[in-house]
Design a protein around this ligand. Structure first.
Ligand code: ADP
Ligand code: MG
Length: 226
């Protein structure tokens, strides 16, 4: 598959990734091929099925052992590595990891603004306030990351991904620590985020009350429609 032959925003072709550890190798992605167009996608699978690895591979954070990953017309690690990958993550792909790793002493405002600051965007403060306001996270913009609850940190991670207005939004179990109100707010924001976007939500259960364009099931490193 040539990058130009990818008929979607994201194409995966025979993507394979295994991790080796003291106890042996575990296959996280076992030949995943898929085309993601614009729309709202759900990837459902049990713990350990490879969901997080899949999102990290699309985000260009994890390099697969084999296979091709085309994102927004560029084949990652071939046409796009180093600065190109960094710029993809700052401008095109909003990635919400399962666990947000940020220095505890960092101000929430700066944590959300990070991709904009790295990109030299000048009116970042307005944009941060706007996005945080949508998510109900504006109340703790002046606090430190380490002072927040896990659920509040999850909102910060989502705000940080949305702040760049990405064309591709990858959310790894984004609702797991949220209360009912926060969950509804987040789902409203995500589903209303834009028609010309690709949004992929990965979770262990199908998110209820959301009209997905496509639902995929992940099991033992394999991905198929379900
Ligand atoms: P999920 O998100 O569906 O729970 P993951 O992608 O996190 O699945 O993990 C898939 C498999 O890869 C699991 O068996 C997990 O133990 C293994 N794995 C994931 N990340 C690592 C890592 N950094 N080192 C070793 N094994 C890993
Ligand atoms: Mg996971």
């Amino acid at each position: 598959m040539l990058a130009t032959g990818c008929g979607g925003l994201v194409c995966l072709d025979g993507v394979y990734k295994e991790y080796s550890s003291r106890v042996g190798a575990s296959v996280a992605l076992d030949g995943v091929s898929a085309v993601f167009q614009t729309g709202l996608y759900m990837v459902v699978g049990p713990n350990g099925s490879g969901k997080s690895t899949l999102l990290r591979v699309i985000a260009g954070v994890t390099r697969p052992d084999r296979g091709r990953v085309v994102v927004d017309g560029r084949e990652l690690w071939v046409d796009c590595s180093g600065d190109c990958l960094a710029s993809l993550r700052r401008r095109v792909v909003g990635y919400v990891p399962q666990t947000l790793l940020l220095p505890a002493t960092m101000r929430v405002m700066d944590a959300i603004a990070l991709p904009l600051l790295l990109d030299g965007v000048e009116d970042w403060a307005d944009r941060v306030e706007e996005v945080a306001g949508l998510l109900g996270a504006d109340r703790f913009l002046g606090r430190k990351v380490g002072e927040l609850s896990v659920g509040q940190r999850q909102l910060v991670a989502i705000a940080r991904a949305l702040v760049i207005n990405p064309r591709i939004l990858l959310l790894d179990e984004p609702l797991s620590h949220l209360d009912k109100d926060a969950m509804e707010t987040v789902l409203d924001v995500i589903t209303g985020f834009g028609k010309e976007k690709l949004i992929i939500i990965a979770d262990t259960e199908k998110v209820r009350g959301v009209d997905f364009d496509s639902v995929y099931c992940m099991a033992k490193g394999r991905l198929k429609p379900c």
